[in-house]
Design a protein. Structure first.
Ligand SMILES: C[S@@+](CC[C@H](N)C(=O)[O-])C[C@H]1O[C@@H](n2cnc3c(N)ncnc32)[C@H](O)[C@@H]1O
Length: 186
């Protein structure tokens, strides 16, 4: 088992909001990243980066003038991500539910892509709806909210706030995972 997986599992035991026993597989991450046009300068936000299993491949593909804002509630994970020295990366130890205030504090008017793996299932319905609405409000036209989870639960909530939502499935993950792509009209 890779070092990061052991570290991830220890944090799962300490913090119920980590909500997964293992990091997402690289095969799933590649499926998610195919939905992003990396030829453009982008503002990318990630909710719940954990050990950076998705963040590092995103940084590897992002253009030099892009920005990447990682919002992580777990202090250990946030501290570990801060060891990644990349001028495009800003790590915020905080709650995804504060997305609007977080972007405002960073003087960023909007995001092109928001990626999320936080456990929406733990939130009550009103909080799920509120977070989807505030995320939709900060995404630029043509941009997308990419949600991956063990359940397709969020599809209906995403359809309330985005005109187009696509659901796909990644079986090469433990457990298998759903990927939801909610896109704003360009
Ligand atoms: C299922 S893990 C996914 C980690 C990693 N992105 C991956 O794909 O393996 C969920 C992550 O979301 C973080 N998290 C949970 N609730 C959060 C919230 N409200 N805001 C920001 N991060 C949160 C957890 O600490 C954890 O790192």
């Amino acid at each position: 088992m890779a070092m990061n997986q052991v570290y991830f599992f220890k944090n799962f035991l300490k913090d119920r909001n980590v909500a997964a026993i293992a990091e997402t597989s690289q095969s799933t991450i590649r499926k998610i990243l195919r939905k992003i046009d990396f030829t453009k300068d982008l503002v990318v936000v990630e909710y719940g980066p954990g050990t950076g299993v998705c963040s590092l491949p995103v940084l590897a593909r992002l253009s030099p003038n892009s920005r990447f804002i990682a919002i992580e509630a777990n202090a250990d994970f946030a501290r570990q991500l801060r060891t990644v020295k990349d001028p495009r990366l800003t790590v915020v130890e905080g709650d995804a539910r504060d997305i609007e205030a977080i972007l405002k504090n960073l003087d960023l008017p909007a995001a092109d892509i928001v990626i999320s793996s936080i456990p929406f299932t733990f939130f009550p319905p009103a909080t799920r709806r509120q977070l989807v609405a505030s995320t939709a409000s900060v995404i630029n036209p043509g941009g997308a909210f990419l949600v991956y989870q063990y359940s397709p639960l969020m599809k209906g909530y995403l359809e309330e706030a985005f005109p187009k939502v696509r659901l796909s499935f990644s079986p090469l993950n433990i457990p298998a995972i759903f990927i939801m792509e909610a896109r704003k009209t360009a």
